[in-house]
Design a protein around this ligand. Structure first.
Ligand code: Q9C
Ligand code: ZN
Length: 351
């Protein structure tokens, strides 16, 4: 069985949002630090070694995937919120209308509400005192995982939390602040992989990852997710979105209707595997969301726990050096088991 080192830092627990607005209801945040605790416990239970602490690469590499404006905003957002006399979580309540001013017209003196609404695209992603610390280390965890794969590990797991695939070059949302999987793909490219594939199996479309590589043919973005007519992020993820310019054909979206079970999912995954082979990638990043599990509180697919093992095995059959980056999964107590099953499937069939 192939070794599978994994990376995590307790700093990533520092982000604990209070409440989010979801489909008209104010509810406790689904994306909580305990998710990481359950994953850690399940990996220990399954005999994985202790996690490796991420190496601090600094923030310069973040600029490969994100605009300076977003990074600067995220770093000071909570302090600015407090300086404007507020407590609790920083959430936007108003957004830029299509004809409105652009982000670049905002200044550090603009209202904190203008800046929240300019950089955030939903009302489910609160910023608290520890948000930057956690997002920063979640990104370092992804970069360190990429280093492991770049220096000879066949498989590695980056326990990223907060997740990343909804964060674009100049926006955050969907519980995501920095795009961990995109940063990992860039790090693999810096290490000499000219073509990298990102396979996104989270329930939700990774609009941020898609946007970051939209014009870039050397990174394939392939995603299986809930049909945007019914599910977040609603404005992207249609099969017709295939990239533009040099990136034409290097974006593959396979939306599935709510209720999709393993039989349906497996066929979509076969099509994704064929696309990865055709792209000629020499390294693979998996955006792993286990919110496709039937019991997930905010999702609508019907995968069983055992299906995650089969899914891992199918991805291993590509025979590529593979970094798994954690994304979603909100049935908090079950998330760890499903992640461990996926990783064991990846190891078992990887030889
Ligand atoms: N039900 C990830 O899985 N809120 N993000 C739901 C509609 C956003 C999920 C609103 C869900 C984001 C990484
Ligand atoms: Zn998700």
């Amino acid at each position: 069985m192939i070794a599978l080192p994994w990376v995590f830092s307790p700093h990533q627990r520092a982000h604990a949002g209070g409440e989010e607005l979801n489909r008209g209801f104010i509810v406790p945040c689904h994306e909580c630090p305990e998710r990481a605790d359950f994953i850690t416990a399940a990996l220990r239970d399954q005999g994985f070694k202790d996690p490796i602490a991420p190496t601090d690469h600094g923030e310069e590499l973040f600029r490969r995937c994100h605009d300076d404006g977003l990074i600067t905003f995220l770093k000071s957002a909570y302090a600015d919120w407090q300086a404007s006399g507020r407590q609790g979580s920083a959430l936007p309540f108003t957004f830029v209308a299509p004809s409105g001013m652009t982000r670049s017209e905002l200044t550090p003196n603009s209202s904190i509400f203008a800046r929240l609404g300019a950089y955030c695209f939903d009302v489910g992603t609160p910023i608290v005192a520890g948000t930057w610390e956690a997002a920063y280390w979640s990104a370092q965890t992804a970069l360190t995982g990429a280093d492991l794969v770049a220096t000879g590990e066949r498989l590695a797991f980056a326990l990223c939390r907060p997740p990343g695939h909804h964060a674009g070059r100049a926006y955050y949302g969907g519980y995501c602040f920095l795009n961990n999987a995109a940063l990992a793909a860039e790090q693999l490219r810096l290490a000499g992989h000219q073509k990298v594939a990102i396979v996104d199996v989270d329930y939700h479309h990774g609009n941020g990852t898609q946007d970051i590589f939209w014009h870039d043919g050397s990174v394939l973005y392939a995603s299986i997710h809930a049909e945007p007519m019914t599910d977040f992020p609603f404005f992207s993820g249609h099969a017709s979105e295939q990239g533009e310019g040099e990136g034409t054909g290097a974006t593959l979206n396979i939306p599935l209707a709510r209720g999709a079970d393993w039989l349906i999912y497996q066929q979509a995954l076969k099509n994704v595997l064929a696309a990865v082979q055709q792209h000629g990638s020499t390294a693979l990043v998996v955006s792993l969301g286990v919110d496709t599990w039937y019991g997930d509180p905010i999702s609508g697919f019907a995968l069983q726990s055992a299906d995650f093992g089969t899914m891992g095995g199918m991805l291993a059959s590509l025979g590529l050096p593979t970094l798994v980056v954690m994304e979603g999964g909100y049935a908090v107590a079950e998330v760890g088991k499903n992640v461990a099953l996926f990783l064991k499937g990846l190891q078992r069939f990887g030889d």
